[in-house]
Ligand binder design. Sequence first.
Ligand code: TYM
Length: 423
Amino acid sequence: MSKTSSNNNNTSTADNTTNYQNNSKISNTIKNNVDDNDKSPENSKYENGSTRVTPWEVEGRIDYDRLIEVFGTQPISSEILEQFEKITGEVHPMLNLHYFFSHRDLDFILRKVESGEKIYLYTGRGPSGMIHMGHLMPWMFTKYLQDKFGSKLLFQITDDEKFLYSQDRTREEIKRFTYENILDIISVGFDSDNTKIIVDTKHIKHLYPISLEIAKRITFSTAKAVFGFSASTNIGMIGFPPVQAAPCLLPSLIEGKPTPVLIPAAIDQDPYWRITRDVAEKMGFYKPAQIHSKFLPSLDAPGGKMSSSKPGTAIFTTDEPEVIDKKVSNAFTGGQATVALQRLYGGNALGCPVFWYLRYLFDNQKESDERFVKCISGNLLCGECKSDLAMESKSFIATLKKRREKAKDCIQKYMYENDPFEI
Ligand code: TYM
């Protein structure tokens, strides 16, 4: 059954089932346990660094409530969900399931949208490898917002950042990943008329003047505190943050007036926006707003996030069906060590990456809540969930692969200033 079993709640099947009769109670339990799940002793060490969330590393079990406190962001409230519903006529599942859980100034953005003012969306990718399902989550949500708000989107590819960060990568390798990643970005389905991909090394002349203005206003002491730079960090990395900050201000220059910008991304990117927000207003721009997601967890271990550099942790958009089968069959789960124990005690759905993949990507909420109850009450075995995940992932990736092929013919349409991009 499971590769490893984790702290299961050893209540009996009957107890578990009776506790979860009511659907809204189930969803709240799941929501609260995602957030409270990791209030384990490891998390109390968050401040002394055993859990790390930086733009380059995500390690350990993440307590998202604590991240909100430490990063000084706001939780997504029921008022915000109502504002969304008023504008879009629905609440997107990634909001409803609290996958997007935190924000900065999202209420301001929604007010602007409601009043008919155009906002820009801005998101990005650091091309350190191929694209996995975790990367796709904020992009799928960005596409949804683009469709609903009719917004223009700037999509930045920080090939400079990844060259500087990855000691062993050559510029040629990074360029190859840039090309491959662009195919994935296009395959998400963004509107080509309203989307511009910026590749830093190619389009730097559009970013450089703004990034200089930003850089001049940020001290090394601030950068060190926000990003954790040390004496051994190369100076390219130290100078890089204003380049990722620049697209936050670019829309105002394009439009010739202060223009609101919303950045959908996982919360690891927040340090960049903290420094940008500090300087934006002083420079006469709106502070960029953010909506932060959680991480799709690593498939092969508890805690941490999927990583391009660790293939076993993630399902990639280029994985063959047999590779997906293998990764899913080797996945860590919240199951008990034997079928008999699973039937007796039930599994730990909340500690199970397979459960979360299915919940965030493939099950609808009702199906997921039912899966939860069946799992914790011992009526579902890990093999069944793995088989569902493998089947859904293979079909999802097969569709994406077809779109990736088609994307090869329309790269230029998506590039900033319709520049060609070839490898
Ligand atoms: P990168 O390439 O590390 O990640 C790209 C996007 O994917 C999110 N992400 C994840 N989301 C869920 N689960 C995961 N396991 C997971 N891993 C990564 C990231 O938060 C990000 O949204 N420096 C950036 C590139 C960048 C950017 C931006 C990102 C430039 N401008 C504006 C977001 C917004 C980077 O290296 O992202």
